[in-house]
Design a protein around this ligand. Structure first.
Ligand SMILES: Nc1ncnc2c1ncn2[C@@H]1O[C@H](COP(=O)(O)OP(=O)(O)OP(=O)(O)O)[C@@H](O)[C@H]1O
Ligand SMILES: [Mg+2]
Length: 227
């Protein structure tokens, strides 16, 4: 697949069924050919998390093809299920690629903390961080691992409005940076977040709609809810 941009993700008629059931993903086609913040909304069980597992390569399609030149990383709803080590520094050490020379380790970790507005937190014990700070540390882990495709599965579901904003702001900054913007796909049930995205799609019965503006999808879902 040709793209003038540095990376792409394309699903071509992808179907998938878990071993015990019917197709959860049903002839799903879409593409993302430029960096940005792309949001997915859809009812419980419509297949959003399964789509993420397909993109990250944990599971493979039964039919259809996935083309991906990006390096994906998952960020989950609950950072306590993701963060393993006692301090920010030791946590990020886990994610640094093995090829990075020891002399560059500290600078890389510090730079990733600064990118998520946690520049002062190098030696901070993780259990003392707020929920939003923990979620941003999970983002730093993805960045320091050299990922350029963040798969964010309801990353703000457990956060208060202020922390929710801090996470949105950081992801928006990473995806719209003028030097090295990355791609993020963000699943949400919090419809007000749609106003921050570069494109949004509705997942229904295992397939994605076209990309629309976040405000259009917001209006569409609000009018459905009022019917
Ligand atoms: N590991 C699994 N084994 C078997 N079935 C699964 C597995 N994971 C998900 N499913 C099924 O696949 C369907 C889609 O689930 P999925 O988690 O992808 O939905 P979702 O859109 O992420 O929902 P939610 O908004 O509740 O997170 C559901 O019927 C679910 O029960
Ligand atoms: Mg899910």
């Amino acid at each position: 697949m040709n793209s003038i941009f540095s990376g792409y993700l394309k699903f071509d008629n992808v179907s998938f069924s878990w071993p015990n059931g019917v197709n959860v993903i049903e002839q799903c086609s879409f593409s993302i050919v430029k960096p940005g913040l792309w949001m997915l909304v859809g009812e419980n069980g419509s297949g959003k998390s399964t789509l993420f597992r397909l993109i990250s390569g944990v599971i493979s399609p039964n039919n259809g093809k996935i083309f991906c030149s990006l390096r994906p990383s998952m960020v989950y709803q609950n950072p306590d299920h993701q963060l393993l080590m006692p301090t920010c520094k030791s946590e990020l050490m886990l994610s640094v690629p093995k090829t990075v020379p020891h002399s560059k380790l500290f600078d890389l970790i510090q730079a990733s903390l600064e990118k998520v507005d946690l520049g002062e937190m190098l030696d901070r014990p993780i259990h003392t961080l707020s929920g939003g700070q923990k979620q941003r540390l999970a983002l730093a882990g993805a960045i320091v691992s050299n990922s350029n495709l963040l798969l964010l599965d309801e990353p703000t579901a457990l956060l208060d409005p202020q922390s929710q904003n801090s996470v949105l702001k950081v992801v928006k900054k990473l995806t719209s940076s003028s030097t090295n913007p990355i791609t993020a796909i963000w699943v949400t049930h919090r419809l007000e977040e749609l106003f921050f995205c570069d494109g949004a799609s509705i997942v229904k019965n295992g397939a994605m709609s076209n990309w629309y503006s976040g405000s259009k999808v917001f209006q569409e879902l609000k009018s459905l809810a009022l019917r």
